[in-house]
Design a protein around this ligand. Structure first.
Ligand code: GLA
Length: 669
């Protein structure tokens, strides 16, 4: 992956929000700007959903409102993250061209009335959107307030997969480029099965709703196509902007639980700045650890460079079944966790809580209840802290372990007909990441095939789909002295979704020294005990060690007697295999053992798991972030200036319950 990286210049850590002034009157804007200054806000995203305000018909642009808002922000010294406004088409466009509306897999069109109601392949939509982008970039491309261009919004959040005839034709074009011949396509999709062989390109459709399960190769390629299609759309907007402006261009990614629409490894290199939106998802067992994972993955997309948290929330969101508020101090800890893991900017959705529209019950920096609130005081407190820690900007996170993550493996492993629907890709990834996180080991999250020379330990959770070349990068690295931990459901299929035969884990098999013969998944709640006394759930498998040492084995369940945890001495290194999903505490113990094999220790034993310790480094200076998620104060060994309170740590620093401390230290390595 090559990358552009024209990082936007900002003094210190940026602090900001989405700002939707079109929902308010100019008197309110004045109050907004005064309060933004009070909170220390210095970067606001505007015009994200601006299309209908800026354009009332073909060629009919009116930038009066935007001119006014930008001028006011500029006068107040607040920089602008300028939306191109194309995220949601206006009613005049969808009325004139209903064919731009997206189509669901069952062939029904989606109506306007929500947002992002457009087909990614529609040339009509694209040309209307690019006309707006051109007019906007022409007008503001050189405006001194504009710090960043914000293309569309969360591309693919709702409309990634469109099944209309225009998308079908674009899909066929994409397939012709990928496969060149029908024979190659038939081979890749295994169309010999169920009489699906194609004799003419025109016979091929997107994987629309079928009466039984769909062709998994076709579904996988449709994901790839859809990701590429939106990337080509992003590129088109970015090209129009770059022809008119020197200001860096980005869009907000959704590296977050549950949204798998885009392969961001293939997108990242085209962003000037990596920006992410992250929301705690209370449907997960451990949303706070998932936040750390998402932040580490976002840093991976930025190839270790600082990135921008474009959105998160002060309190509750409005789109989960139960929308929990944040505890006092939680928004602050969340924000500084992102900073600890590489963010050089912290922004929220949104500035002022809406009183109308779908998001009126979404939290905001300025809540419905106003400024005499705990929420507002925390927003102001956070602004003060970000000001005081400005020198952290530009430093890089220190990590000696990595976790491999793949959107392609996510797509392929969540196939409609799979061994168990009780386990998703993220369950496997989060469990492995959570074990390392509980140990206090900071990890980078990397793409399959990424260089690994910076690491002592690499964990490969459930990498269902992997190419032989990418698997070889991992096994070669281990043979040269690395310690590798591969977990079940890895190395199952190649990039055409074709099963590797000869024993599962395919291209990892020799390095792992195990041969897996049969999957033996379990129902939720079915007991699974290992010979060590550890317990596990949901997954077991029948197999045998070929050259590996069996460290733990299944004693009950359908795979009784088969290895559950193995270690294979592999060249200069070691390759571990975990064939089940242990409980969190047991997984942590296993991770500790594997990490020790790699010479990694993690957090000191007398510190609680609820203390997050992360280092950012610049030259000889370290910034040690100590984030205390627990109910008790913790004393941490540290020597240097503490930036949050402005005190000095002469050997230890006390981190009160729920608080964060950031110590500038001399780098130790
Ligand atoms: C996304 C969008 C925002 C807003 C938030 C609410 O991140 O980009 O416009 O809808 O979700 O959580």
């Amino acid at each position: 992956m090559t990358t552009r990286y024209r990082p936007f210049t900002h003094e210190g850590i940026a602090y900001g929000c989405d700002y939707n002034p079109e929902q308010w009157t100019p008197e309110v804007w004045d109050e907004d700007i005064a309060l933004m200054r009070e909170a220390g806000v210095d970067l606001v995203a505007i015009n994200i959903f601006g299309w209908a305000h800026v354009q009332s018909g073909p060629g009919e642009f009116d930038f009066t409102l935007l001119d006014d808002v930008i001028a006011r922000l500029h006068a107040a010294g607040i920089r602008v993250n300028l939306g191109t406004g194309t995220s949601s088409p206006p009613a005049w466009l969808t009325r004139a061209h209903p064919e731009v509306l997206p189509m669901a897999a069952d062939g029904t069109r989606r109506f306007p009335g929500g947002r992002q109601a457009w087909c990614p392949s529609s040339p009509v939509f694209r040309s209307a959107a690019l006309a707006l982008v051109a007019a906007t970039a022409e007008r503001y491309g050189a405006h001194p307030a504009v710090a960043l261009w914000h293309v569309s919004n969360e591309l693919g959040c709702h409309n990634a997969l469109c099944y209309c005839d225009v998308s079908a034709a674009a899909f066929r074009r994409w397939l012709r480029e990928r496969y060149e011949t029908l024979a190659a396509l038939n081979g890749a999709w295994g169309t010999a099965f169920w009489s699906q062989t194609y004799h003419d390109w025109e016979e091929i459709l997107p994987p629309r709703a079928t009466i039984s399960s769909r062709n998994p190769g076709q579904v996988l390629d449709f994901h790839r196509f859809s990701s590429d299609e939106l990337l080509s759309y992003y590129r088109a907007e970015a090209d129009v902007i770059r022809a008119r402006s020197e200001v860096p261009v980005t869009t907000n990614f959704m590296v977050t639980a549950h949204i798998d629409s885009l392969d961001y490894w293939s997108w990242a290199g085209e962003m000037d700045v990596i920006a992410n939106d992250h929301y705690l998802d209370h449907r997960l067992g451990d949303p706070t650890t998932e936040l750390s994972f998402a932040a580490d993955l976002t840093r991976g997309l930025a190839q270790g460079a600082p990135w921008l948290l474009m959105e998160h929330s002060v309190g509750a969101v409005n789109w989960q079944p139960l929308n929990k508020p944040k505890a006092p101090g939680e928004a602050l800890r969340n924000s500084l966790t992102h900073v600890a893991r590489g963010a050089d900017g912290v922004c929220f959705f949104q500035w002022r809580a809406s009183v109308q529209g779908s998001e009126k019950f979404h939290s905001a920096m300025l809540p419905h209840a106003g400024t005499d609130t705990a929420g507002w005081r925390e927003v102001v407190e956070l602004g003060g802290i970000l000001d005081r820690i400005g020198e952290v900007a530009g430093s890089r996170v220190v990590a000696e372990a990595a976790v491999v993550f793949s959107w392609e493996a996510w797509w392929a492993s969540q196939n409609e007909s799979r061994p168990s629907s009780h386990l998703g890709y993220l369950d496997k990834v989060h469990a492995a990441y959570g074990a390392l996180h509980a140990l206090g080991i900071t990890v980078d999250v990397v793409a399959p095939g990424a260089p690994l020379s910076d690491y002592r330990l690499v964990v490969v959770p459930g990498l269902h789909l992997v190419s032989p070349a990418d698997a070889a990068v991992l096994t070669d690295w281990a043979r040269d002295g690395g310690t590798l931990l591969v977990t079940f459901d890895s190395g199952i299929v190649d990039t055409a979704d074709r099963v590797y035969t000869g024993g599962y884990t395919g291209p990892f098999r020799e390095a792992l020294g195990v041969a897996v013969e049969e999957f033996a998944p379990l129902a939720p709640g079915e007991p699974l005990t290992l010979s060590s006394g550890r317990t596990a759930t949901l997954w077991s498998e029948r197999g045998r060690a070929t050259t590996a040492e069996v460290v733990d084995a299944f004693v009950d369940g359908p795979a009784a007697g088969s290895p559950a945890l193995t270690r294979n001495a592999w060249g200069e290194g070691a390759a571990w295999y975990l064939a089940t999903l242990p409980g969190a505490a047991d997984f942590r113990d296993i991770a500790r053992r594997v990490a020790a094999d790699a010479g990694l220790i993690g957090r000191a034993d007398d510190l609680p798991d609820s203390l997050d310790l992360v280092r950012r480094r610049r030259g000889a200076t370290d910034y040690l972030f100590a984030i205390n998620h627990g109910p008790d104060a913790v004393s941490v060994a540290a020597r240097g200036d503490e930036l949050v309170t402005g005190s000095t740590a002469g050997g230890t620093v006390t981190v009160p319950a729920g608080a964060v401390r950031i110590i500038r230290e001399e780098a130790t390595a």
